[in-house]
Design a protein around this ligand. Sequence first.
Ligand SMILES: Cc1ncc(COP(=O)(O)O)c(C=O)c1O
Length: 416
Amino acid sequence: MTHFTQINPPHRLLMGPGPINADPRVLRAMASQLLGQYDPAMTHYMNEVMEMYRALFRTENRWTLLVDGTSRAGIEAVLMSVICPGDKVLVPVFGRFGQLLCEIARRCRAEVHTIEIPWGDVFEPGRIEDAIKRVRPRILLTVQGDTSTTMLQPLDQLGEICRRNDVLFYTDATASIGGNPLEADAWGLDAVSAGLQKCLGGPSGSAPVTLSDRCAAAIRRRAHVEEGIRTPLHRPGDEEIIYSNYFDLAMIMDYWGPERLNHHTEATSMLFAARECARLLLEEGVDMAVARHKIHGDAMLAGIGGMDLAVFGDIRHKMNNVLGVVIPPGIDGEQVRGMMLSDFAIEIGTSFGPLHGKIWRIGTMGYNARKDCVMQTLAALEGVLNRLGYTCPQGAGLQAAWDSYGTAARRATCPG
Ligand SMILES: Cc1ncc(COP(=O)(O)O)c(C=O)c1O
C-alpha cells in the first residue's frame, strides 16, 4: 500500500475572493472535542450561536441559525423552503451569483424573471421597483456583494419597496457580511444567508441564515415532520410540502428550537468554527470590522492605482473586501497568478464568464484584512509584473498604499 503522509498543506497567503486563510483562533475552536447532539453543553452553544448571529445580521429574528453546508446550502435552504412551485421570483442579475439564484430558483420550479445590467454596475432601486410592479413576484432574490464583479448592491431602500408591494425580500450576503454594512431589520430583509469563508475569517462549510417572522410563518405553513419522529401532536402545515428533506427549514427550525426534534446530526466542528467567527467579530465590533475592511480595501485600491493598473467596475459601489484589477494588455493573467503562487506563495483570484482572462480579483478580507497582507501582495505583484515586461515605477504601489494608510490614520485621529 502507498504510504500516505499526514496532511501538511504548503504555506499560502490567500488574497483572492475567498476562501482566505482562516483565523488561527477559528482553527483552534474547530479542533475541540465533539459533543453529543443533545448534550446541554451543545444545545447551549447552539443557542449562543443564534444570539451571536442575530447581532451580526443586526436582527431580532428568532430564527437565526446555521445550515450545515457551504453558503450555497444556505441559499438553497431558503429558496427551497420559501418558493412553492409556480411562484414568481424576480432576480436583479449583476454577476455570476445572481445567475446562481436563478439556477436554484428554477430547480425549485419557480417562474424566474430577471432584470440585467452589465457586469461592473449595480441597480438603481427605482429600476427594481418598476420590475416588481410589472412582474408581481412573490419574492425578490438579491445578492448583496457579488464577488464575480466585486460590486455591492445597495439594499437599504429595497425592503420598503418590497413591503409596499407585498413581496418577500431575500439577500445572499455570503461575501459581504462582516466587511460591509448589513442591517437585516432596518433594511426590511425577510431572509439572509451567509458563509464563513470571506469576511468572517473561517473555512467554508457552515451557512448562517436569518428569517423574519413573516418568512418563518410562510415556511411553517409548509411544515411536514418526517415519519419516524412524527407524533400525533405534529400537525402538518396546510400548504405544499417543501421538496427537500435536508434543506427543509421548517424541520431545521424544530431542531434548533425548544423541541430539539432530530433532523441531521449537527456538524459540530463547523458550529464551533461559526461560533468563533462570530465571537471574534463581535469582540472587535461589527462597525469596527467593516471599517477595517474599508481601510485595507482602500489601501489595496490605492496601491493598484499607484502601479498604474486600471480597476474594474463602478468603483463607487465596490465591495470593501475585494477589488477587480484589469489585466494590462500584453500580460498573461494566468502566468502572473502562477508566479505569484510559485514564487511568493500568494494566491490572487481569476474570474468567471465575461470577465474571464480580463481581470484578477484581489481580496482583503477576514483574517487577511491586514496591512502586512496588503503590502506583501502589492510588492509581489509589482515584482512579477516588472519581470514580465509591464513596467511601473519601482515601489509606487507600496508608497500609494502607505499614503492611504496614513490618510486613514489621520481621519481616525481627527474625524471630520
Ligand atoms: C456571493 C456568493 N454567493 C455564494 C457563494 C457560494 O459559496 P459556497 O462556495 O460556500 O457555496 C459565493 C462563493 O464565492 C459567493 O461569493
